[in-house]
Design a protein around this ligand. Structure first.
Ligand code: GLU
Length: 404
């Protein structure tokens, strides 16, 4: 697999060819610190197992380090570093007073019992509690980490530190200090960005949409796009996907997956591999799964009119160039998936002020902010005659450098 941190740095190289930021770039070529921990856990069968965990604090010029924690068997330090770097840019683009961080554990969470998962999650906090805190470093969910896991972590942090604000972890369940609307926030924020840029990118009012990913982000996005009159013609999970030119019935598809364990063989639709899904003709392709999905190997075959990244880092820098030549605009992750961290910021703010906002209030604020970020990124790309990713990077670097 390509090294995601090298990819992130080559994206940075490309942006600074257009506008240089001198010392800031020297500073941003490495994180403030990257921490690796060992987390020993008593397994249910009585044996001891040691897991490797991480927290990368990339940059806090704009506020406390902010970013999720990923549980995945392939998670390693270079991935976490790349994700933490992207968080620093993402928070600047979202215009929230937060810096960039990310964490993770190398683990396949589906292989653990609920008790083992809880001990592992609490273990991560025990090893890192010194560096966490509402004004220091504020983690959140990412791939395979749920509100329940955030509740365990928040509780563990409170026990160790005595801090009762509950503002150290975001993405908590509502009854444990979570915000209304945090669940669908990333998918919804993505929809707001798309809606803001749709006409400028030459897309029709009703689009045919292809989505890679059936997790929190992919599924919420699919439901929101469908509710707003767009057609989801293909969607996949890690095992593969299904295609129906007339549009998939998502409710029935969810039931089908629950009863059969997979998306395959859904009524009236054709099975697809993930590779085929990415090459399906459509108006909008949304990779909402993992890094390095569209590479120099398949970018030439992409038949979407526009790509919107809801995963972090799904398009490699080489693929960016190929798609640029093919005139396929990419709405970059650091803009399009920033709805999640924006509502995380709302949660943190509510926790510190002891408030609880309604879902309506949260969504209105989110809409205003996503619209503003989308248009600022678009203006930046026009001003520097470049693509949206470079436009977004330049906007972020301008905002970070102001604070430095
Ligand atoms: N993990 C999400 C992301 O990559 C959200 C981070 C957060 O809410 O802090 O943007």
């Amino acid at each position: 697999m390509q090294n995601p941190f090298q990819n992130a740095m080559s994206q940075l190289d490309k942006a600074v060819k257009i506008k240089d930021f001198n010392d800031l770039i020297t500073k941003l070529r490495q994180p403030d610190r990257d921490i690796r921990i060992s987390i020993p856990i008593k397994m249910d069968n009585g044996t001891l197992k040691v897991f490797e965990g991480y927290r990368v604090e990339y940059d806090n010029a704009r506020g406390p380090y902010k970013g999720g924690i990923r549980y995945h068997q392939d998670t390693e330090i270079n991935e976490v570093k790349a994700l933490a770097f992207w968080m620093a840019l993402k928070c600047a683009i979202a215009n929230i007073p937060m810096g960039g961080g990310k964490g993770g554990i190398t683990v396949s969470p589906k292989e653990l019992s609920s008790g083992e998962l809880e001990r592992l999650s609490r273990g991560w906090v025990q090893k890192l509690s010194d560096i966490l805190g509402p004004k220091k470093d504020v983690p959140a969910p990412d791939v395979n980490t749920t509100p329940e896991i955030m509740a365990w972590m928040s509780d563990e942090y409170e026990k160790i530190s005595g801090d009762k604000t509950r503002a150290t972890f975001t993405g908590k369940p509502i009854e444990k200090g979570g915000s209304e609307g945090r669940g669908p926030a990333t998918g919804l924020g993505g929809f707001y960005v798309f809606d803001s840029l749709r006409a400028q990118l030459g897309l029709p009012e009703k689009c045919n949409v292809v989505i890679q990913g059936f997790g929190n982000v992919g599924l919420n996005a699919a439901e929101i796009f469908a509710k707003n009159g767009h057609k989801i013609i293909a969607i996949s999970d890690s095992k593969g996907g299904v295609y129906n030119q007339l549009g998939l019935d998502l409710e029935k598809l969810i039931t089908h997956k629950k009863s059969t364990g997979s998306l395959a063989d859904f009524a009236d639709s054709k099975n697809l591999t993930n590779a085929e899904l990415l090459e399906t003709a459509c108006d909008l392709l949304i990779p909402a799964a993992f890094e390095n999905q569209i590479t120099d190997q398949n970018a030439g075959n992409v038949k979407a009119k526009v790509i919107m990244e809801l995963a972090n880092g799904p398009v490699t820098p080489e693929a960016d160039e190929i798609l640029f030549q093919k005139n396929i605009p990419i709405i970059p992750d650091v803009l399009s998936n920033s709805g999640g961290v924006t509502v995380s910021y709302f949660e943190w703010d509510q926790n510190l002020k002891g408030e609880h906002w309604t879902e309506k209030e949260v969504f209105e604020k989110l809409l205003g902010m996503m619209n503003d970020s989308a248009q600022k990124v678009y203006e930046s790309s026009q001003k520097y005659s470049t693509d949206l990713r470079r436009g977004a990077f330049i906007l972020a670097l301008e905002r970070i450098s102001e604070k430095m």
